[in-house]
Ligand binder design. Sequence first.
Ligand code: NAI
Length: 687
Amino acid sequence: MTADPVRLHHDGDVAVITIDNPPVNVTSQPVRAGLMAALDAAVRAGAARIVLTGAGRAFVAGADAREFDAPPQPPHLPDVVARIEASPVPVVAAINGAALGGGLELALACAARVAAPAATLGLPEVTLGVVPGAGGTQRLPRLIGVAQAVAMIAEGRVIKADAAQALGLVDAVCDDPLAHAARMALPDRPATGARPTPAADDAALDAARARAAKRSPRQIAPQRAVDLVAASARLPLDQGLALERAAFLDLKTGDQAAALRHLFFAERAAMALGRQGGAPVERAVVVGGGTMGAGIAYALAQAGIQVATVETDAAAAERARGNLARLYADAVRRGKMTAGQAAADQAARHSLHSGYADLPPAQIAIEAVPEDLTAKQQVFAALDAALPADAILATNTSYLNPDAIAQPVRDPSRFLGLHFFSPAHVMKLVEVIRARATAPETLATALRLTARLGKIPVLAGVCDGFIGNRILTRYRQICDVMLIEGALPAQVDAAMRGWGMAMGPYEVQDLSGLDIAYANRKRLNWASQPGVRYVPIADRIVETGRLGRKTGAGWYDYDGGTATPSAMIDAIVTQASAEAGITRRAFSDEEIVARATTAMIAEGLQILDEGIATAPSDVDLVLVHGYGFPRWRGGPLHYAGRAGLTGVLARIEGYAAADPLSWQVPAILRRAVETGVGLDELTGAPG
Ligand code: NAI
């Protein structure tokens, strides 16, 4: 923070107050105090007008989320907002950049608003599990009406300056908002807060509630935001503001806000890894233009990188071209680009190759051929020979050992894993796998590339399945144990969905196909592996030819797109119980959820203990962004910490006593409980 986060200077009879709290002018306590002082000083100096603006790229990008965990320190933002609205000298907002959250609330209290064309405006508080706390829910509807306000607030929608002008949220859009704000004729109207209550609009409120329930199921803040906008049409301003403040303070200390805040910081820290050096990538090679390869190639091209995709022969190269064309067609359908842009982009950014003979020099190659060690080794031998000696070589393997894949590479310091998720051009998560010899510069360049792609990178070490697929395997294993002991797939799926997972574990398998995990179990020889509680159900299902939706049957039967529980699967499950001599028993949904979530937590802790993940929040990011773990629960390790590690330990001890093959107590958990030291501190994570 600079020494003086709020500056006041006079330009004739105009007092200009500039908020300068880099990087994005958040309303930390010194800013709030500085604003109070500057407003008073401007009035005392006899200014005829006050212009409020921000230094740098932002006007004010919101509250300081670091202050959320502490009791609020005066002056509070609502007091600053009230002071602006009641100012005897009119205050005009010159919105030079992002006016978000508290930033927009400051602007709403001004007599007029002028925005730069690139400015963005919104009240995104619900994305952090809270509602606006300084009048946003009461003033915005008074300015632009209930329907528009509720749509923005309940979805946390951020809009551009021209859209804001169309809504009447800003009075003018111009290149020099500061100069315009100093000179413009002030509109003849009462202050926003002094306007009459807006007309009620029950249809808009109901629609907003339904949209919020669909977009953010089980989240409290969006629904509370709708309630507050509804109140704005009913109550005088002071009562509406009191209601809003109470809701804000209540939500702020709740579980959901804590979880969403945790992920916000974790995401920010992960994305900052891409800004710590490394070399730029302008050309890339992708080997394999199938599901993953095409998605990766598309994502690279969208970031302005030239991509050469290598396939086995001309026919396969044509198929890869078709895969890419489908992704472009999809973008056109969604209105992301025109058909002309799509065709031009595909022609300009991509080249298709059968073999390695005519590859352009590239700074990185990403391999996405089928999951077969020998095939992957052959690819890397060819890449090693074809590309410049300093090109980075990356594998997208899901389960294979990157160190084995790297075996033919002469300089393995250039080698690493980049594990994208499907669909690769949509999913933000990338596990960045440090192989045995990966050099720091190689990591730095790969991280810089993920940042350029707008992805969230998570560093992981080498183990079977890395962070995500390893936890997924364990989670499925424990669910299968519940099947053999008495549960059925549809019940497990419903229980996990009910708890907040995007999908249940069995419906996910049907969607992605049962064959890859099957091949992996065979590779690891689970059936006769000592130390593994082997449940044969999944293997038997694959062996009947049911591979999921793609074969029209899997854990469920499919009639068109609709899944129905399968009598055949129930028979396979009960048969397996009988063969194992298990008397099937009933499971409650609570028991299913407790066991399944504890499996994820236990494996996440084990992964931390082994140093495969370096911070608890990395495990959380992977599960939330790659596996449908509910964002508002913060990820498995945040959830465990919030619930209390002592209870988690007791639960795992209980499970281990009954089923020692499936459960062991992770050493780090015992250490954390015995010493009372948190997981962040035990792993040296910033927390
Ligand atoms: P895919 O079967 O859709 O595509 C593989 C492509 O590689 C095909 O187009 C094939 O013609 C081509 N190919 C085969 N041998 C080749 C060779 N020697 N040289 C050049 N191209 C060759 O497979 P998918 O799903 O894209 O998987 C690729 C890799 O990505 C695998 O390692 C998989 O484990 C991994 N992965 C897959 C995910 C998924 O959800 N499908 C998610 C994350 C990783």
